[in-house]
Design a protein around this ligand. Structure first.
Ligand code: BGC
Length: 363
């Protein structure tokens, strides 16, 4: 079976002939991969700064944003059948009895760090013709979402973040209006964040590096979110034009931009970090001014990673809503489809160059 794998010791990426997986338990499902989205995490893995093969394997099969089709179900599987479309979750629990998060079905909050992640950390990913997975980690996709469901996983990042923000803002003694949001970064996680925020009623502005015109700005503005370039508009000007944001949704992984924009956060506001920077970035900050701001304005800085069962369900519901509200909006985020053989070139920007989301298609 064809699979795209990284060999960290040899510093190589290639298409391998991997053994075809078989059902190992009655609750497992065999899935034929249809599409795999690529992202910055894949780039880090291909640059050998991130990612670990499963123990005993010299390679890691890549791919964690996946849409597949069920080809076989174990005897105890309920709710899924051959031909159903599915999206798998990424993270699996650590084995430790002392991890309350993993023992309560929330490996996205694992405290030991011994979780595994398919296609990323110690578990093969989905960039192979077939894979098996326990039914507990699969989400059934409505057939009408076939063309866009590969965006489910990156959308779950926003779903989890906004679920957390809602809980955090319950600290306020009144029920706040959704207010204003600024999304930092206009890649797929940023764009899907924009949709999730607009859907919840936030007046949303995108603040990103590249000057207009560019496809990311076009996409954001077609959704109804003004796009401002940080090359042309200072943080002060951002506040003048869009108002002080109650929520900053960081989706760029650039520390300098995030801490600069934090200065604009409204009283009682929340800054959510979702980006995982790849390169070291030295930063000098006035620490006292930062602490003073956070304290005197009752602000929260939140980091969030991965997503839970309920976030995948919400993402699938939201994809349906987004499709109805912005016809063609999700499709516009998918720049191109590529064969598995091009995985590395696409991730490293040597093929397909630019755009928003690149997708590997099988068959
Ligand atoms: C994935 C998450 C994962 C994170 C850290 C992201 O690209 O979407 O599922 O938890 O990387 O490895």
């Amino acid at each position: 079976m064809k699979a795209v794998a990284v060999f960290p010791k040899q510093r190589e990426v290639r298409v391998v002939d991997a053994p075809e997986p078989r059902l190992q338990s009655p609750t497992q499902v065999k899935v034929r991969t249809r599409e795999v989205g690529v992202c910055g995490t894949d780039k880090d893995i291909l640059q050998f700064t991130y990612g670990t093969p499963p123990s005993g394997s010299e390679y890691l099969i890549l791919g964690h944003e996946c849409l597949g089709e069920v080809v076989e179900v174990g005897d105890a599987v309920r709710g899924l059948q051959r031909g159903d479309l599915v999206v798998p979750r990424v993270r699996r629990p650590c084995p430790h009895a002392t991890c309350p998060a993993c023992r309560h079905g929330h490996p996205d909050f694992c405290i030991t760090g011994d979780y595994t992640e398919r296609g990323i950390k110690e578990a093969h990913g989905f960039c192979s013709e077939l894979f098996t997975e326990d039914v507990a980690y699969l989400h059934r996709v409505p057939a009408e979402l076939r063309e866009v469901a590969v965006l489910t996983e990156p959308l779950t990042i926003a779903e989890k973040a906004l679920r957390e923000v809602k809980r955090i803002q319950e600290r306020l003694p009144w029920r706040p209006e959704p207010g204003r949001a600024v999304v930092l970064g206009a890649g797929p996680v940023g764009q899907l964040g924009v949709m999730a925020l607009l859907r919840r009623g936030f007046a949303t502005t995108v603040y990103s590096r590249s000057a207009k015109p560019n496809v990311k700005a076009d996409s954001a503005e077609a959704l109804g979110a003004p796009y401002l370039s940080s090359k042309e508009v200072s943080t002060e000007e951002l506040v003048r034009r869009a108002g002080a944001p109650d929520l900053i949704y960081e989706a760029a992984g650039v520390a300098r931009a995030a801490f600069e924009t934090l200065k604009a956060l409204a009283p009682n506001g929340v800054l959510v970090f979702t980006g995982v920077p790849s390169d070291p970035e030295a930063l000098s900050l006035d620490g006292a001014a930062l602490l003073k701001q956070l304290v005197l304005r009752n602000q929260v800085v939140l980091g969030t990673v991965n997503a839970a069962d309920s976030d995948f369900e919400m993402a699938l519901e939201d994809l349906g809503r987004f499709r109805a509200r912005w016809p063609g909006g999700l499709e516009r985020l998918i720049t191109a489809h590529h064969p598995p053989e091009d995985f590395a070139d696409v991730v490293m920007g040597k093929k397909g160059g630019g755009g928003i989301k690149h997708v590997i298609s099988f068959g």
